[in-house]
Design a protein around this ligand. Structure first.
Ligand code: ATP
Ligand code: MG
Ligand code: FE
Length: 332
């Protein structure tokens, strides 16, 4: 079964063809990073307009490289969560395509897609497993019961990890997108230099909070500026990322203990981060747990992960009709 998937939930215009949920046949991705850089973040209206402009080319390229539309068995699309206007461009396009080609249409949950990125990078990975999803808009610990059923065990109560990372990068004067730039800066810093507060220490729930940490970093930088104190941005970046990594590791491994999980996956844009990968790797070795990350290109938004997820939904019988709509907010 070959599925052509479309992903337009944020600022990536992406299409891909994946066979049986695991084998990447073709992919095309147009990133709008350069366009949004000027504004320091994603401007929803501009994102939507560029999706409309680029979608035909991106979809054509993915279909062409897969041997043409005749080779496609179904069309999949991210229908939420995400920016409503951006999602709508993909949903409308996918509906038109499915109707014209007389192929089934499969709606895909964006966060389930992030989790399924691990199936692409690790052919041996099968549910059940525990997965931390850390992205620009979400931070949640998920028990992946099977290919299409998920249970959320903990989530952020305010900012997502990626959101806090992007904000701290911005106040440090780094260009958008903050995450990768903060990672490089932190490589030259001392992670023990500053102690920032850890949220929810001593609590029994598995939720996260990153807004207090974000504010602590901003306040420290204000204090330095007011007092004319010099400091190394590298040290602030490294200390901040260490705090984020420690918190993500702590809650995720606590969840692993409670569920008895032997396999642990991490997904979403933040899982591309080298320092965070390092922290998870160290703890997984200590505990003897199998650890999985998608390849970096499949951590951030892409259509390959959506096509993988769609395959398992297809087998289950999930279908979308012409009334399919974009859903900006959507539970996993
Ligand atoms: P969501 O998936 O919740 O809808 P999104 O799609 O915008 O949000 P992703 O594309 O999964 O999010 O991830 C983007 C986030 O990942 C951004 O916050 C970005 O800064 C962060 N990120 C990407 N690469 C890195 C990195 N190397 N280090 C740290 N953060 C990173
Ligand atoms: Mg993005
Ligand atoms: Fe995403």
């Amino acid at each position: 079964i070959s599925i052509l998937a479309i992903e337009t939930s944020c600022d990536e215009t992406a299409a891909a063809v994946v066979k049986n949920g695991r084998d990447v046949v073709s992919q095309a991705l147009y990133t709008q990073i350069e366009i949004h850089k000027e504004y320091g973040g994603v401007v929803p209206e501009i994102a939507s307009r560029n999706h409309v402009k680029k979608l035909p080319h991106v979809v054509e390229a993915a279909a062409h490289d897969a041997g043409g539309f005749e080779q496609i068995d179904a069309i999949a699309v991210t229908n939420g969560p995400g920016l409503v206007g951006a999602l709508l461009t993909g949903v409308s396009y996918a509906k038109g395509l499915a109707y014209t080609l007389k192929k089934p249409l499969i709606p895909v949950h964006h966060i389930a897609g992030h989790i399924c990125a691990n199936y692409i990078s690790h052919p041996e990975l099968e549910p059940p497993f525990l997965c931390l999803v850390a992205s620009g808009g979400h931070t949640q610990i998920v028990w992946a019961k099977d290919y299409t059923e998920y249970e959320t065990l903990g989530r952020t109560r305010d900012d997502a990890a990626g959101e806090a990372i992007d904000k701290v990068a911005r106040v440090l004067g780094l260009p958008y997108p903050g995450g990768p730039n903060l990672q490089e800066l932190a490589k030259h810093g001392d992670e023990t230099k500053y102690k920032f507060p850890h949220s929810f220490r001593g609590e029994t729930h598995l939720d996260f909070s990153f807004s207090g940490l974000k504010t602590a970093v901003i306040n420290l930088l204000h204090k330095f500026d007011q007092q004319g104190q010099t400091y190394r941005k590298e040290d602030v970046a490294a200390s901040f990322l260490k705090n984020v990594a420690d918190t993500l590791v702590k809650n995720t491994f606590e969840a692993a203990h409670r569920t008895g999980a032997h396999a642990l996956a991490v997904a979403g844009g933040v899982s591309a981060n080298e320092q965070i990968r390092g922290a998870f790797g160290k703890r997984a070795r200590e505990e003897g747990v199998s650890l999985y990350f998608p390849e970096p290109q499949y951590c951030t938004d892409n259509a390959v992960m959506i096509a993988s997820c769609a395959y398992y939904e297809f087998l289950k019988g999930t279908r979308g009709g012409l009334e399919l709509n974009a859903r900006p907010v959507m539970e996993l």
